[in-house]
Structures are given as C-alpha cells and as structure tokens.
Design a protein. Structure first.
Length: 68
C-alpha cells in the first residue's frame, strides 16, 4: 500500500500544481482556456484523491474479511 500511496500522492501533487499554475496563467493573461484547464485538472486531482480513499477503505474491508 505504501507504493500506491506514493504514486497517488505524486499524481495528485502534479495535478494540483498544474491546476494552480493554470489558474495563475488565467489570472495573468485573462485567457478562458487556462481557466478551463485549471478546472479540469482540479477535477482530476479530486478524482485521484477519491480513488485513493476508496482503495484505502475497501482494502481494509477486504483485509478484515480475509483475516477473519
């Protein structure tokens, strides 16, 4: 699970960083394309974090069922 956490952490950090950079570019140049990209990357980061949470919870459930 530690490897999975690191992978999700790196992916989430890249997506959040890209979203922030896109938003800063939108604020600087007022080009709507950057706002759309920022929103898209924000949604992808949220999805990655939800996948991590889901795998953590269901992994523990499956472990508890098998270990029993």
């Amino acid at each position: 699970m530690t490897i999975f956490r690191w992978i999700i952490g790196v992916i989430s950090a890249l997506l959040v960083g890209g979203s922030v950079l896109s938003f800063v570019l939108f604020m600087a140049f007022d080009i709507k394309l950057w706002l759309e990209r920022a929103r898209s990357l924000r949604r992808a980061a949220w999805m990655a974090l939800l996948v991590w949470f889901n795998v953590e919870v269901w992994g523990r459930v499956i472990f508890a069922v098998i270990a029993r």
